[in-house]
Design a protein around this ligand. Structure first.
Ligand code: AOS
Ligand code: ZN
Ligand code: ZN
Length: 388
């Protein structure tokens, strides 16, 4: 993509999905530092998500998490979102915070526990039906802590059984995204530890099952963009949980630790044409802002995703292809790095202003008085559940 106009047009298709839990209190197992003004219920989480979208113009959907966002009337919650220009995005199941799930959920040795966990997955599809969501996002904390604790293979059979039941429950236009995580909270095995495991289960399930890459879920040094390129080529990449990590699944602002890695990931997406809305790739934020103010941190993350996507769109692909074909290693790398070094924040500010949004969303947020208003109005903010 060469011209500014082409980059701007392509950027309009790159939308970020914020996470309801990122607006609420969160923390680590050591401490949850509560913040003034955090939402007291899912409706207020949606209010905050709407502020991010109104300022940036790039965050039109918000992911829910059940039971953290449990309400009596999900249709009413979805209407509340629509009334503010938002849609409900992925519905995240939670089968990791109930006492019954100590030895796992869908992989648990006790069939009664597996039934309970699978029923929760089906409940999440009911929530999808009620909210108009098209995406069921599944992350399993299931695993074991000691060799011999359980059968590795039997746990895969149990997982496959539960996934099949959830998959069969999906309606028209709905899909299942299976997220992997190499570590935590189990210490010896994790039942969906890597992209290969997720990919194999998604292949077995069918075309409505795809992999979710959480950028914080790999061993240090993993080449994530390779996984992105491979899964895109197989048509099995459903989307991302974007965040940043320095040492584990830190869930920090995306790009904060390694913007170059985010650029390389976005390059593979743009090179495959998967940045286009019709590709259906979900750019979800899965972040927890434990010490920093939440809404500004989420705005920063949305802007960073756009910035790295824009830079990826400016790679001179014809020159790069020629250099690659000729084996000009340094030329090819220099062309790639040229795009990474370009600062496209002015172009993005211009695009936002042209679209009627804030050229400087963060500055506009600070001047809006919204933070002061919610701090005054909302007392006793809800805890997301992380670090609970
Ligand atoms: C947990 O580490 C995973 O990243 C989950 O994807 C995420 O936090 C979850 O979707 C919320 O339950
Ligand atoms: Zn995640
Ligand atoms: Zn995570």
């Amino acid at each position: 993509m060469d011209t500014e106009a082409e980059v701007k047009a392509a950027l309009l298709g790159v939308k970020v999905e914020t996470a309801s839990w990122a607006y609420a209190n969160s923390g680590t197992r050591f401490k949850v530092f509560t913040q003034p003004g955090v939402p007291r219920d899912p409706y207020e989480k949606i209010d905050d998500a709407a502020v991010v979208h109104r300022l940036t113009g790039a965050a039109p959907t918000v992911a829910l998490h059940i039971p953290w966002d449990k309400v009596d009337d999900y249709g009413q919650l979805a209407k509340h979102a629509r009334d503010q220009g938002l849609q409900i995005g992925a519905i995240n199941a939670n089968v990791f915070q109930d006492d019954d799930y100590k030895l796992g959920s869908v992989c648990h040795p006790d069939p009664a526990v597996r039934r309970k966990a699978t029923d929760h997955l089906l409940e999440c599809v009911d929530v999808m039906d009620a909210t108009g969501s098209d995406t069921l996002k599944l992350w399993f904390a299931d695993g074991t802590n000691y060799p011999g604790q359980d059968s590795i293979r039997a746990r895969q059979d149990r997982l496959s059984e539960a996934l099949s039941e959830a998959y069969e429950r999906l309606g028209e236009g709905q899909r299942l995204l299976l997220e992997y995580k190499l570590f935590e909270p189990s210490f010896y095995t994790t039942d969906v530890p890597d992209w290969g495991t997720s990919y194999a289960h998604c292949l077995r399930l069918g075309p409505k099952a795809q992999v979710v890459i959480d950028t914080g879920h790999h061993a240090p040094g993993t080449n994530i963009e390779f996984i992105v390129a491979f899964l895109l080529r197989e048509g099995k990449l459903g989307g991302f949980d974007l965040n940043s990590r320095f040492y584990a699944d830190d869930d920090l602002m995306v790009g904060a630790a390694d913007p170059f890695q985010l650029f390389r990931i976005m390059y593979e997406i743009v090179a495959a044409g998967a940045h286009r809305p019709e590709a259906g790739l979900a750019f979800m934020l899965d972040q927890c802002h434990n010490i920093e103010p939440k809404i500004p941190a989420i705005i920063r993350s949305v802007l960073t995703v756009q910035e790295m996507a824009a830079r990826a769109m400016t790679v001179d692909t014809s020159a790069l292809t020629a250099a690659q074909r000729n084996g000009d290693v340094l030329d090819a790398n220099e062309i790639f790095m040229d795009a990474f070094y370009s600062d496209l924040r002015p172009l993005l500010a211009e695009l936002r202003a042209e679209q009627g949004f804030e050229a400087d969303p963060l500055g506009a947020y600070y001047q809006s008085g919204y933070a002061e208003k919610i701090a005054e109005q909302r007392v006793g903010g809800q805890q997301a559940g992380w670090g609970a």
